[in-house]
Design a protein around this ligand. Sequence first.
Ligand code: CA
Length: 241
Amino acid sequence: MGKKKKQAQAKSNRMQNLTLATLIVVFLGLGVFALVNNLMGGDKGKEEEAGQEATVDEKVFVYDQQPVFGNEEAPVKIVEFGDYKCPSCKKFGEEIYPQLKKDYLDNDKAGFYFINNQFLGEDSVTAGIAGEAVYAQDPDAFWKFHEAVYAKQGPQSQAWATKEFLVKLAKKEVPGIDHKKLEQAIDKETYRDQVEQDQAIAHQSGVQSVPALYINGKPVPNSFDYDEIKKMIEEELKKGK
Ligand code: CA
């Protein structure tokens, strides 16, 4: 090998070594970046990519102003956002709620809260106002009335949740309350503010559709997947918060 060729070869080797060193530095740098990114909460971005909604700060729900079934002191709080005219909400009440009631509410392991998200027409709001009015008179009567409205739900396309319908239903299902007072509350829209406040809570919580379920502020991906709901509740029970 000639002198010039040797020099060229050595230069080439140096270049290769330099390139290798650069690559190592870049890889190390990337590694450190990834580590820092993870430590800084880069995982949040991954959750968003997976389409998961964020946990809601439970203060937003104002639990003590919402109707609760089961144990309000329990470490697990389940929130349902619903609309009285929504067929899926009726279905949730018939298929999922009874299982929740049996497994976690009747034995005081959890508390179940209902928050209005009445958006399917003006009579949805009327039904919400009636619900709040019954709750204001008698918190226990609320749940009976609530279930009855779903049981007698009419077609979404029709304005069936009228004052006449709701008062008649209340007379039959919750005979103990003052029906005249209920009628007046519907006429004067006494509890419209409460319904609208609930809607603001739904908005703040990122509710996209109803029924929307939250367990200790954590959004349930599918309100009809009882296995998943159970898993989430059991996890919260373990924490014992
Ligand atoms: Ca409410």
